[in-house]
Design a protein around this ligand. Structure first.
Ligand code: ADP
Length: 153
């Protein structure tokens, strides 16, 4: 059974994240979209809210499961028996960062493989960081969010 973890903060989930997961569905038997919680990090949205959004966005996808974890992503993958990690690449900065992380994860995760999908051009400008800035500035982030998510202003 080919099981992949798509890890992230999803603070909030964007259309870019959704596109990566949907394109990966035919490649794996199961994809676990997992929120990595770091006690030191401040999030704009609560873990409960972020989980609820993920559940809603992927409710019609039987092979997509939602979860959260603490600690190292590589350890989490091993714990749940996932041999693959899924990541999206938007640009060269993503690549530089992700390359090192995937090499480290292969060691820490004892052979854990990272599979990268290149972002579609129509999503490569979207990041959760930018979306949070728009929301904090009371702008309308709807164009960057999946249709299931409505954030009130
Ligand atoms: P992190 O908390 O590690 O920054 P994010 O929650 O922002 O993670 O993103 C999780 C994954 O989704 C990462 O692999 C990231 O590169 C990818 N991603 C984020 N935004 C996009 C996008 N617009 N298009 C494609 N992939 C994306």
């Amino acid at each position: 059974m080919k099981k992949a973890v798509f890890p992230g903060s999803f603070d909030p989930i964007t259309s870019g994240h959704v596109d990566i997961v949907k394109r990966a569905i035919p490649l794996f038997d199961e994809i676990i979209v997992a929120i990595g919680e770091n006690a030191q990090k401040k999030y704009l949205f609560s873990l409960e809210q972020r989980m609820e959004w993920l559940e809603k966005v992927f409710e019609k996808e039987p092979s997509v499961k939602i979860d959260s974890y603490e600690g190292l992503t590589a350890h989490y993958c091993r714990r749940i028996g996932a041999e693959y990690m899924l990541r999206g690449l938007r640009n060269a900065s993503d690549f530089d960062y992700e390359k090192t992380i995937s090499q480290l994860n292969s060691i820490v995760g004892e052979g854990l493989e990272t599979l990268f999908l290149i972002s579609k051009p129509s999503f490569s400008h979207i990041s959760s960081t930018i979306v949070r800035e728009i929301i904090k500035g009371r702008g309308d982030a709807t164009p960057f969010l999946p249709p299931e998510i409505k954030i009130k202003f």
